[in-house]
Design a protein. Structure first.
Length: 639
């Protein structure tokens, strides 16, 4: 019987995932990463529901309609522990110093649970390369826009010569964009080395010339270390590591030349550059990068053609491996001879890390050669002190900022996060929360014995490890677009591991119970989405002088988010702007009754009171934020 008329089992029609077309897994990987990246990295709450609601419904439909849902043991641990971590964040609201912030942290974590669940439930091992391709495509499109803001600022209207002049858009944070493009570069290397077709290998090599200059223009430093760690991890786990290294040697020179030329282009590396000079230098570099991308694509294609026609003998491979080892030892010897031994390097590095950042004028390349941690040592010390103050359960998810503001060091500017995922998790949700997070992050690496032989898994491992390293020194977790790339790479590693085992189908009772939980979570995410959207509209209306609309949207948000004081705060601001001072005072007091530790609420209350009541509000405000100064909107959002 021909394939065209062969009967198809019902299970093969469900969701389009049992046939040969990987449409649903590709959309599940691409859409949330690209969409959240375009929405400031998904940092603001209004973006979370747009990702989590459709993903949760996808997971629920998969559980209901598929005849059999098969997950490996490690997949169940990965997904189950991630869901448990989100649940622990939600539970921390019961003892949190900022209950509404704990709920907000849960909303963000729900995005991660939804993405991982939907991908694992609608995918099979054979779609792994398609999923990684979707992630690389999403990262590359975002990087293309970001790089365009630097190379063609006269055409892409985001130029600001007085700004810090580090690429950040559309993610909104330069270090977030740095690790985002670093993970993309590692995936691109994987495709340049292991894609099935010559065209795909050429495309992967060409994308390196896009991704690495974008990465460079963020002027992030920790991301370089994370990129190196990811590259080492990819090489170590790859059974065919010599071929991967050979590909790296073939396709690395072109992006390296592009970055080198970029470093010597003053109009693109000096803050305060006039638009005309930036556009002139950017256009010139854009042409160079296009030529380098074409050359790199040709190099990768040529290497692939040679690999298909030439069989490298064992002796040649051994000589190549020996040459690499010798080069590594020679490089290490030169480095130790110039900078001192390992002990000296560690001691000097630690001293430089604790030192205050130098005052840099003009050339941002100088920043890359400085190892100051920008006050991170102080942030981590405060997080550790906070953890010791709450040794069992933590202070509650999302509460680090409250502790920081009370104990803010003189030499550190205001932040919202500890710039370190692991130490902040310990401080906020205690040893239990940290243990859950570590289990989540380690589980994909525990599956490498089964998965590492897949051609693209080493690249996924490299991207995943790069994130794990960088998240230890920055607030990547708060940028869902960045974290999703890593978590979905981890999910791909687990998917590939299915090939060497026979996962048992989930019992019907488990399937239906999990589907019910997904529906409940989707309903909560939908309420939060509508509430956060109403809050955003209230703020916009108030800024435009439409106080009646602002008040109406705030009341709508109040109905949708009864756990949060923010709708009451928004209502109070609208009432105050409309001249309804007594009503605004009542709204601010209601918000304070829900969260007495928010300094902004006490400050707002003080603006609507007089006399002793005002003095009491100001004293409470000063206790919660001793180093307070007049804050702009940008300051409130800054890290």
């Amino acid at each position: 019987m021909s394939e065209a008329v062969r009967p198809v089992r019902a299970g093969q029609m469900q969701l389009g995932i049992q046939g040969t077309r990987p449409f649903v897994p590709v959309v599940v990987a691409f859409a949330p990463v690209f969409g959240l990246a375009a929405a400031q990295g998904g940092y603001f709450p209004a973006a979370w529901g747009w990702a989590s609601v459709p993903l949760l419904w996808t997971a629920a439909v998969a559980l209901v309609l598929r005849d059999q849902v098969r997950l490996s043991y490690n997949e169940c641990i990965f997904l189950g522990t991630l869901a448990a971590f989100a649940g622990w964040l939600a539970l921390s609201a019961a003892w949190s110093a900022a209950p509404a912030e704990s709920v907000s942290e849960t909303e963000r974590a729900l995005v991660y649970v939804a993405a991982v669940a939907s991908l694992l439930l609608v995918s099979r091992a054979r779609v792994a390369r398609h999923v990684l391709g979707a992630l690389l495509t999403a990262v590359s499109l975002v990087a293309a826009f970001s790089l365009a803001t630097r190379l063609v600022p006269d055409r892409v209207g985001l130029y600001d010569g007085s700004a810090v002049y580090r690429l950040a858009e559309p993610i909104g944070y330069w270090n977030g964009l740095a690790i985002f493009t670093a993970m993309g570069a590692l995936l691109a290397l994987g495709f340049a080395a292991r894609a099935r077709t010559i065209a795909a290998r050429a495309a992967g090599a060409a994308l390196l010339v896009l991704l690495l200059p974008t990465f460079y223009f963020t002027f992030g430093r920790a991301a370089w270390i994370a990129l190196a760690a990811g590259l080492v991890a990819a090489v170590v786990v790859d059974p065919k590591r010599l071929q991967l290294v050979a590909t790296l040697l073939a396709v690395a020179p072109a992006p390296a030349v592009g970055v080198l030329i970029a470093t010597r282009t003053p109009g693109l590396t000096h803050a305060g550059t006039p638009l005309a000079r930036a556009a002139h230098d950017g256009h010139r570099l854009a042409l160079v990068l296009v030529l380098l991308a074409a050359a790199n694509a040709a190099a990768a294609a040529a290497l692939a053609l040679v690999a298909r026609r030439v069989t490298v003998s064992l002796a040649v491979r051994r000589v190549f491996a020996l040459a690499l080892v010798v080069a590594l030892f020679v490089g290490a010897g030169v480095a130790f001879g110039r900078y001192g031994g390992p002990d000296d390097l560690v001691r000097r590095g630690y001293t430089a890390f604790k030192a205050p950042p130098p005052h840099l004028e003009g050339n941002l390349n100088q920043r890359l050669l400085n190892f100051s941690g920008n006050g991170r040592a102080s942030l981590w010390r405060l997080a550790w002190d906070d953890a010791k103050s709450h040794p069992v359960l933590g202070a509650g998810a999302g509460t680090y900022e409250r502790y920081f503001l009370v104990h803010q060091p003189q030499d550190v500017g205001r932040v919202r996060d500890a710039h370190g995922l692991y130490i902040e998790t310990l401080a906020e949700v205690g040893p239990i929360g940290l243990a859950l997070l570590i289990v989540v992050l380690v589980t994909p690496l525990a599956s490498l014995r089964r998965a590492r032989r897949h051609p693209l898994v080493p690249a996924a491992v490299g991207a995943y490890v790069a994130y794990l390293v960088h998240a230890g020194v920055d607030w990547d977790w708060e940028l869902p677009a960045v974290t999703l790339v890593a978590l979905l790479c981890g999910a791909v590693i687990l998917l590939v591991g299915r090939r060497s085992i026979s996962p048992r189908p989930l019992p019907p009772a488990t399937r239906w119970a999990t589907a019910g939980l997904a529906v409940v979570a989707a309903a909560f995410a939908m309420m939060a989405l509508l509430g956060n959207t109403a809050l955003s509209r209230s703020e916009t209306a108030r800024e435009h002088g439409e106080q009646a609309t602002a008040a109406a949207e705030a009341r709508r948000a109040r109905l949708l988010m009864p756990w949060s004081p923010k709708p009451w705060e928004a209502l109070g601001r609208a009432q105050r702007a409309a001249g309804l001072t007594p009503e605004a005072r009542g709204s601010f007091r209601k918000a304070i009754s829900m969260d007495r530790g928010d300094w902004e609420l006490w400050y707002e209350l003080a603006s609507t009171t007089t006399g002793r009541a005002q003095q009491r509000a100001l004293r409470r405000f000063a206790a919660l934020f001793p180093r307070s100064e007049p804050l702009t909107t940008a300051d409130r959002k800054a890290h």
